[in-house]
Design a protein around this ligand. Structure first.
Ligand SMILES: *Cc1c(COP(=O)(O)O)cnc(C)c1O
Length: 431
C-alpha cells in the first residue's frame, strides 16, 4: 500500500497512526473527491475502494472504470463460486476437486481465480505449463498444482516452486528419475492413455513404470489419472465405459507395486454429472467453472464472463454507401453505423462480420456490418435510436451467450474464451 485517500469526517484521525512519509489525502465527502479527482494520477495501480453504503463509492468506481477501460472482460467471481458449488454438490463426501486454471484460467485470468478457488477449498489446481504454475506460486497460491505438460528444462523450477508434474511417458519418467537423484523427493502424477491417444502411458509401459518407481521411492505418486475423449457425448458412452475399465485395469498393478494407493481420477466437466460412478477419488473441473457445461448442467450454471466494448463513434450514411474494408454492402437505406472498440486482434474474429453476428446495445441486438477490422468493428444501430457514442456493447455474456458466438465462429466456447487476447483488460467483481 503506498497511498491512502480518505473520505469522510472521521477518517483523518487515522493519519497519526501512519508513517510520517505515507502519502495521504482527505476529503470531507465523495462529491468533493470527484470534483478533485483529476489531481490524482492513477497509473498501473491496483485500487481498493472500500466504504460504507452511504458514501456511494460506486460513483467513484464508475468514474475510474470509464478512465481505464474501453474493452473489458468482466469476470463475475460470485458466479464462478456458484458454478464450483453446482459441481461440488454432485460429489460424494471425501471426493476431491481439482480445478483447471490452464491457459490463464480459460482466458479469465489464473492468479485471481486460483486464490478464490483456494479460499473456497478446492483440493488441487491444474495448469498446462510450469510457467503458469510459477505465476500462481508468485501470487501466493499454496494449493498443490498439477502441471500437465512438464518439460525437463523446467524440472528445477517445478521442484523449487513445489509444482507436481504429470508423467506421461517412459522417457519423461527416466529424466525425472535422473533429475531427482538420490536426495530429492518429488511428487508426481501418472497419466494413462486409455483411448484418448494424446499424452499418456500405455498398457505395455505399466510393468516397467512399476519397476522403476519401486526402485526410486523418492518419487511419490500423488495420483494416477486418465482423460476421457467424449465424456459429454451419449453416442460414445460405450467407449467411455471402456476407457474407465481400462483405467482401473492399469491402475491396479501400479498401486500394488507401490504399496500405497495414489488418488485416481478420470472425469472432466462433461463427465461429472453423467458418470458419478467414475468420480473415483477426484474430479477435474474445467469449463464448467467458467459457466459452460455440455453434460446436462447448463441450466444450473451462471454466466461468469462478459466481454464488453464501447461505441467510439456513430455516423449516418446514405443508401449506396459501403462500410469498412473491401466495400461490403452497399446499404439500401439511410443507416446509423456505430464503430465499436473490439476487433479480431481482441479475439472477435472476422467470421463474426458482415451481419453473421449481432451484439447487444441498449438492450437490443445490433448486427455487424462490413468486415471486422483488427481493433474495431462496425455495427448497424439504425433500429436503436437511443444508441449513443460511449455506450457499452455486450459481445458475449448473458445475451448473446458464448455458445452463440462459438457457433458463429464455427468453434467451441473453450476456443472463444481462450482467444480473448491479453490486451483486453480483465475486471473482477463480486456481487
Ligand atoms: C483441460 C483438461 C480438463 C478439464 O476439461 P473440461 O472439459 O474443461 O472440464 C481435465 N483434464 C485434463 C487432463 C485436461 O487437459
Amino acid at each position: 500500500m503506498n497511498r491512502l485517500i480518505g473520505i469522510g469526517t472521521d477518517i483523518p484521525s487515522i493519519r497519526e497512526k501512519l508513517p510520517a512519509d505515507f502519502d495521504t489525502t482527505f476529503y470531507p465527502d465523495t462529491a468533493t473527491f470527484l470534483q478533485n479527482i483529476q489531481q490524482h494520477h492513477f497509473l498501473d495501480e491496483l485500487i481498493l475502494l472500500k466504504g460504507a453504503r452511504p458514501f456511494a463509492f460506486e460513483h467513484i468506481a464508475r468514474r475510474l472504470e470509464q478512465k481505464a477501460h474501453k474493452t473489458v472482460l468482466e469476470v463475475n467471481l460470485t458466479a464462478l463460486v456458484h458454478n464450483l458449488n453446482v459441481y461440488n454438490r454432485l460429489l460424494r463426501p471425501g471426493t476431491k476437486m481439482l480445478a483447471m486454471v490452464k491457459a490463464s484460467g480459460y482466458g479469465s485470468g489464473s492468479a485471481e481465480l486460483a486464490k478464490l478457488l483456494e479460499f473456497h477449498h478446492v483440493d488441487y489446481l491444474g495448469v498446462a505449463y510450469a510457467d503458469e504454475g510459477i505465476e500462481l506460486r508468485q501470487a501466493g497460491v499454496n494449493l498443490p498444482i498439477l502441471v500437465l505438460n512438464p518439460d525437463p528444462s523446467g524440472f528445477d523450477a517445478m521442484y523449487r516452486f513445489r509444482l507436481e508434474p504429470e508423467v506421461y511417458s517412459l522417457p519423461l519418467l527416466d529424466e525425472l528419475i535422473h533429475y531427482a537423484g538420490q536426495e530429492k523427493h518429488l511428487a508426481i502424477h501418472l497419466k494413462l492413455d486409455t483411448g484418448m491417444h494424446r499424452l499418456g502411458l500405455e498398457p505395455l509401459d505399466i510393468q516397467i513404470v512399476a519397476e522403476k518407481l519401486t526402485a526410486n521411492p523418492n518419487l511419490e505418486v500423488k495420483s494416477v489419472f486418465s482423460h476421457l475423449s467424449a465424456s459429454d457425448a451419449p453416442q460414445h458412452d460405450a467407449f467411455t465405459h471402456r476407457q474407465a475399465a481400462a483405467f482401473s485395469d492399469m491402475y491396479a498393478p501400479i498401486a500394488a507395486a507401490l504399496g500405497y494407493a495414489p488418488l485416481r481420477h478420470i472425469v472432466n466437466t462433461g463427465g461429472i454429472a453423467r458418470f458419478p460412478e467414475y468420480h473415483f477419488d477426484m474430479v477435474r473441473l474445467g469449463i464448467g467453472l467458467y459457466g459452460v457445461d455440455s453434460g446436462g448442467l447448463q441450466d444450473q450454471l451462471r454466466v461468469v464472463n462478459t466481454l464488453k466494448a464501447t461505441i467510439s463513434q456513430i455516423k449516418t450514411i446514405e443508401p449506396g454507401e459501403t462500410v469498412g474494408y473491401n466495400r461490403n454492402g452497399p446499404v439500401d437505406r439511410p443507416s446509423r453505423i456505430a464503430t465499436i472498440s473490439i476487433g479480431y486482434a481482441d479475439g472477435f474474429l472476422r467470421l463474426a462480420g458482415n451481419g453473421r453476428y449481432s451484439v447487444l446495445v441498449q438492450g437490443r441486438r445490433a448486427p455487424t456490418i462490413g468486415n471486422v477490422c483488427m481493433d474495431m468493428t462496425m455495427i448497424d444501430v439504425t433500429h436503436i435510436p437511443v444508441a449513443r457514442e460511449g455506450d457499452e456493447v455486450v459481445i458475449l455474456g448473458e445475451n448473446p451467450t458464448v455458445q452463440e458466438l462459438a457457433t458463429c465462429l464455427q468453434t467451441i466456447p473453450y476456443e472463444v474464451f481462450t482467444n480473448i487476447s491479453e490486451r483486453v483488460k480483465r475486471v473482477y467483481w463480486q456481487e
